[in-house]
Design a protein around this ligand. Structure first.
Ligand code: SIN
Length: 541
């Protein structure tokens, strides 16, 4: 177990700010939680970069049973199937029942979803048995949600947004969280003290060399919570999105699953439509099924990609319906109306996270988590497409209500007089390796050994390599990029430990040495805390 705090500090000597609620993260979950919490008190919202993060790049949309022939029961059933036996049914029921109300609130705040024939237009994605995905700006749904929520937060007199600030560690005393210590880009520390602390820091896609995730998504909340004694659940489950652009020298840009929802097909490099033989839903099978079938098709043809063919899409003006995909591909000389698009799976969404209850509470008093940073087994072993923005809204709302009820009833003066300090961790030798090279070493190890296909030997190798990288990471922590890299290392180690423990294949976790799903032994969640772990039975519906 690493040091409790990454930096030495003494609150008596540290700049301090106080609020009722501290929210860390500015994606859909953090912004919505902040807006809701602002109805009950003063909110401080810390963000590494407002308007940057995974929400902003979400394309396909946000799922909700709002169509006339749809029902929350249908949405529930599809989510449970995608989750491969590990969804908490009560949690999913909350998600699908409360989702439509939260979306109406988002619309009331100003979100403009695309419309067709005087109604909200609905598209389809993998694993959904019907059209139930709202979208905005064609394929720029996340950008619209971020625009609306960030605007509302900035205009709210009860919310103070602190931009370009990096949370380093949660401040805890005897199992109670009192806020967080954060660093500005120059390395200066401030203590942000609060009566309830909400982590909404998003996922951890940057642990992998190839990911759709924004560069700011470095697992910070999870790593901070883990250092503070929080439980981490389902860390072995990482979702790989089937269709990221695969062009040498280009970023792994997401190509929304909605294109397959509208009729696009996957072909191997010999132009064979391989998904027909794999699953009755073909290209719209759950993501883990499609991603694995793509890898098999790539191996069978000794290729590093397959083709995404948008030409079968009927009746849509592609540049208008999918402007982001159109422009991204055009930049690399691909016209989606006529050309095949080279694609391959990359890391996309972390199903694991900080373990929470139905109100978003963690096992650390005063500490809450929501969105991708958290885990309530809503997504099980494999998230259903477009359920993540909805998760952020529904639990961002719930958490604010709960944090209001359970927040500490203490004065600002009490917080300002807290006596908390930590010595500089005993690793003061100057770091000799370049921090970005160490980050890349982590990402390469994770991609090679802990990616779509895993086995015991590779996972053991990954743990050994991560341990060696950990020794090189030792050294004073004076800059945000050092904090992020240590967090990536922590989260990588947690993912690898859990992946080694789960001796079966399920959802986003595929072990070639245990290729079958084993319901007899593994309808359980792995919970990591400090150096120990426990198995928790899957709740029945
Ligand atoms: C996509 O548009 O394919 C991504 C949506 C999601 O990850 O849910």
């Amino acid at each position: 177990m690493e040091a409790r705090y990454l930096v030495g500090f003494d609150l008596a000597q540290t700049d301090k700010q106080v609020a009722d609620f501290l929210v860390i993260g500015s994606g859909v979950a953090g912004l919505f939680a902040a807006i809701k919490a602002s109805q009950h008190g003063r909110v401080l919202l810390l963000t590494k970069e407002l308007l940057e993060g995974n929400t902003r790049y979400a394309q396909g949309g946000i799922a909700a049973a709002i169509g006339p022939a749809d029902s929350w029961q249908g949405h529930l059933a599809d989510t449970l199937v995608a989750g491969a036996g590990l969804c908490d049914e009560a949690a999913v029921t909350i998600l699908v029942q409360e989702g439509p109300t939260r979306i109406r609130e988002l619309i009331a705040l100003g979100a403009r979803f695309d419309r067709q024939d005087d109604a909200i237009a609905l598209t389809k994605e993998g694993g959904h048995s019907r059209r139930r995905i709202l979208h905005a700006g064609g394929d720029a749904t996340g950008l619209e949600i971020e625009r609306v929520l960030a605007g509302a937060a900035l205009a709210n007199a009860n919310i103070r947004v602190v931009d370009h600030i990096y949370a380093v560690d949660l401040l805890t005393d005897q199992g109670q969280c009192y806020g967080a210590l954060a660093m500005n880009p120059a390395g200066a520390l401030t203590a942000y003290l609060a009566k309830a602390t909400i982590l909404a820091t998003g996922g951890a896609g940057q642990v992998y060399k190839h990911t759709t995730n924004s560069s700011v998504v470095t697992g910070d909340g999870l790593a901070m919570a883990y250092r503070a004694g929080a439980e981490v659940m389902d860390a072995e489950f990482f979702q790989f999105h089937p269709t990221a652009l695969h062009v040498a020298g280009a970023p792994n840009a997401l190509i929304t699953e909605a294109v397959r929802g509208e009729g696009a097909q996957l072909l191997d490099i010999n132009n064979r439509r391989f998904m027909l033989a794999v699953h009755p839903m073909a290209e719209l099978a759950p993501r883990n099924v499609v991603a694995r079938a793509m890898v098999q098709a790539m191996e069978a043809t000794a290729s590093d990609h397959v083709w995404l063919d948008m030409r079968p899409i009927q009746g849509l003006d592609l540049p208008t319906r999918f402007p982001t995909v159109f422009k991204t591909c055009q930049r690399y000389g691909i016209d989606i109306r006529h050309d095949l698009i080279p694609v391959a799976p990359v890391a996309h969404y972390f199903m694991g996270g900080i373990r929470i209850n139905y109100q978003g509470r963690t096992n650390v008093r005063g500490l809450y988590a929501c969105g991708e940073a958290s885990c309530l087994a809503i997504h099980g072993a494999n998230r259903l497409a477009s359920n993540s923005l909805l998760d952020g809204l529904v639990f961002g709302h719930r958490i604010a209500e709960c944090a209001q009820r359970y927040r500490l009833h203490i004065s600002d003066e009490y917080l300002l007089q807290l006596k908390l300090s930590a010595p500089e961790p005993a690793r003061l030798a100057k770091r000799t390796a370049d921090i970005m090279e160490l980050r890349q070493a982590i990402q390469q190890t994770m991609w090679r050994e802990v990616g779509l296909t895993r086995n015991a030997a590779g996972l053991e190798r990954a743990l050994a390599e991560l341990q060696a990288i950990g020794r090189q990471l030792a050294g004073p922590v004076e800059q945000p990029d050092q904090v992020e890299t240590i967090n990536l290392h922590t989260v990588s180690t947690l993912i690898t430990r859990a992946a080694l423990l789960r001796t079966e294949s399920r959802g986003g976790h595929f072990r070639e040495d245990f290729p079958e799903q084993n319901d007899q032994d593994w309808l359980k969640h792995i919970v990591l805390q400090g150096d120990s772990w426990a198995l928790v039975e899957q709740k029945r519906g």
